[in-house]
Structure formats: structure tokens, C-alpha cells
Design a protein around this ligand. Structure first.
Ligand code: C2E
Ligand code: CA
Ligand code: CA
Ligand code: CA
Length: 278
């Protein structure tokens, strides 16, 4: 902290230098990552909390670098946003997830949705909806089984965002608000957006086990979602008592390590084929 004076500042600035050189290296490496096939998608199951059946998957990006090893999306997505690489990465993610969904549909499994994370920065591209429409049209994929996860941060550019969201909705995509409740933005914006789903942020799901909060905010979000006719899904479920609490309070969908970590596509395929057998 600052109060320790000069020494600490030196410590801080040298850390910063290390940080920024790592950042430059990362930026160069990220530029090559797509061409070198270093980016892969993992898929986390989303389940019906009553039946435990899989209802969908969330595509989550992984960067496996030959020398740096595993690099977390928490680290490289912000960098991709800063450097505008998010536009090509975002398009790659969307295309890849849609292709995968198409393949899984062909296995003859029960209907599942595919959720794709869309960065707020991608909404700065006015052709976003047209680009996504072309991709699903080329693949002959039904848009109403593809869910786009956006965060409240798109509201920083509200007029443009609403316009693009309406275009995406008109094509037929499902729209969900990710990390819901974490953005501290006004709730009144919900009325103006074409939203299908609220995704309760993990921090609130954690609160279910908090002796003081006891999941009071989770309850409030579920109630609000019901009143406004949104689907509600809880993320970051790790414990059975959280499942019990969610079911008791009428939350029908969830995802989290309790059910499964994000899986490589081969593992998902095995899961889906097993589902077919039962
Ligand atoms: P997110 O969209 O909120 O995704 C949920 C994160 O929580 C994922 O981390 C997931 O692996 C992790 N998670 C799921 N269940 C549990 C659980 O029970 N416990 C715990 N502790 N964690 C759980 P991941 O994959 O590291 O992704 C981190 C963030 O990076 C994502 O948060 C999302 O904001 C971003 N991200 C990931 N893939 C993409 C992408 O393709 N595009 C964009 N724009 N952002 C992405
Ligand atoms: Ca997400
Ligand atoms: Ca989330
Ligand atoms: Ca999150």
C-alpha cells in the first residue's frame, strides 16, 4: 500500500514494468494464437435442476500456448478487448460454437442450447448482427437454440447496444444477461432490452451459504425474473445445499462445478451419446 512510501513505489513500478512487458509479449502471442490453432473451446453443461438433465452448454475459451502454457481468459480477454483482437477472436468463437452445436444436433440428442459469451466491445461493430446471421445461415443452424451472453457493461453505450440487440433478437437468437446483479447498473434498463434469460452471478450463489445474507439476493433475482417473464439460471453452483435452496426458491436451471467443469468437445460427445442411451 501507498503509506509505506518510496520503497514501495519502486517495488510497485518494477512490478508494473514486468507486467507491461508480459503484456506486450502476450499481445504478440495472441495475434498468432488463432492461426496456430492455440485457441480452443471448452463446454460447461447447463442442467435442469429438477431432473439433472443437460439442457445446454456454455462455450468457454481456452488458450493453450506452447511455451506459456495455459493462459486464463480472465487475463487474455481484457487484452483482446484493448487491442481490438476481440473482433476476430469473437467471430472465431461464435463460428466454432455454432459448428459444434450443429455436429451435436446431428447425434440425435434431445434439444440443447449453445451459449456464447459476447464481449461488450463487440457491440462497437455495427455489423455484428449481420455477421452472426451470415454464419448461422451458412451453417443452416436454427438461431433460437443459440444464446448470446452479454454483460451489463454494454449499457455504457446504450443506444447502439439496444439497436444491435434488437437486430440479434429479430434474427432469432436468445439473449441472456451474464453476471446479473454484479454490474450495479440501474434495473430500469431491463425493460428496454429484448432479454430472455438472467444469469445469476456466482457471488450471489456463494451467498446462499453466508450466515448473514442466506441467499436473500438470489431469491430476489429469481422473483424478479419470474415477474418479468425471464428464464433464470444460476451459475457457479458448487454444493448440494445450494441446489436445494435454488430448487426450493423456484430456480429451474443451473451450472457449476457441482455438475461439471467445462469439458473438451470429446468429453461432451461421450456425455451426449450416453444421454441418448437413457
Ligand atoms: P463467465 O462468462 O462468467 O464464465 C463463468 C466462469 O466461471 C468460467 O471461467 C467457468 O469455468 C467458471 N465456473 C463455472 N462453474 C464454476 C464453479 O462452480 N466454481 C468456480 N469457481 N468457477 C466456475 P473461465 O472459463 O475461466 O472464464 C472466465 C471469464 O472469461 C468468463 O466468465 C467470461 O467473462 C470470459 N470468457 C470466457 N470465454 C469467453 C469467450 O469466448 N468470449 C468472451 N468475450 N469472454 C469469454
Ligand atoms: Ca458467461
Ligand atoms: Ca457469468
Ligand atoms: Ca463471471
Amino acid at each position: 500500500a501507498k503509506e509505506n512510501g518510496k520503497n514501495n513505489f519502486q517495488f510497485y513500478s518494477s512490478t508494473l514494468a514486468i507486467k507491461s512487458s508480459r503484456k506486450m509479449e502476450l499481445e504478440m502471442a495472441l495475434r498468432k494464437a488463432i492461426q496456430h490453432n492455440e485457441l480452443v473451446l471448452y463446454y460447461q453443461p447447463q442442467v435442469n435442476l429438477h431432473t439433472n438433465k443437460i439442457i445446454g452448454f456454455e462455450a468457454l475459451l481456452r488458450w493453450i500456448h506452447p511455451t506459456y502454457g495455459f493462459i486464463s481468459p480472465e487475463e487474455f480477454i481484457p487484452l483482446a478487448e484493448e487491442t481490438n483482437l476481440i473482433f476476430s477472436i469473437g467471430e472465431w468463437v461464435f463460428t466454432q460454437a455454432c459448428k459444434q452445436k450443429k455436429k451435436w444436433d446431428a447425434l440425435g440428442t434431445p434439444p440443447i442450447t449453445m451459449s456464447v459469451n459476447i464481449s461488450a466491445k463487440q457491440f462497437q461493430c455495427s455489423e455484428l448482427a449481420q455477421i452472426f446471421e451470415k454464419i448461422i445461415t451458412d451453417l443452416q443452424l436454427n438461431p433460437n437454440t443459440v444464446e448470446l451472453e452479454i454483460t451489463e457493461s454494454i449499457m455504457q453505450n446504450i443506444d447502439r447496444s439496444i439497436k444491435i440487440l434488437n437486430e440479434l433478437k429479430k434474427i432469432g437468437f436468445l439473449i441472456s444477461i451474464d453476471d446479473f446483479g454484479k454490474g450495479y447498473s440501474s434495473l430500469s434498463y431491463l425493460k428496454h432490452l429484448p432479454i430472455d434469460t438472467l444469469k445469476i452471478d456466482k457471488s450471489f450463489v456463494d451467498d446462499i451459504n453466508d450466515p448473514v445474507h442466506k441467499g436473500s439476493l438470489v431469491k430476489a433475482i429469481i422473483d424478479m425474473g419470474q415477474n418479468m417473464n425471464f428464464s433464470v439460471i444460476a451459475e457457479g453452483i458448487e454444493k448440494l445445499d445450494q441446489v436445494h435452496f435454488l430448487v426450493k426458491n423456484n430456480c429451474k436451471m443451473g451450472q457449476g462445478y457441482f455438475y461439471s467443469k467445462p469439458l473438451p468437445k470429446e468429453e461432451v460427445e461421450k456425455l451426449l451419446l450416453r444421454m441418448n442411451d437413457t
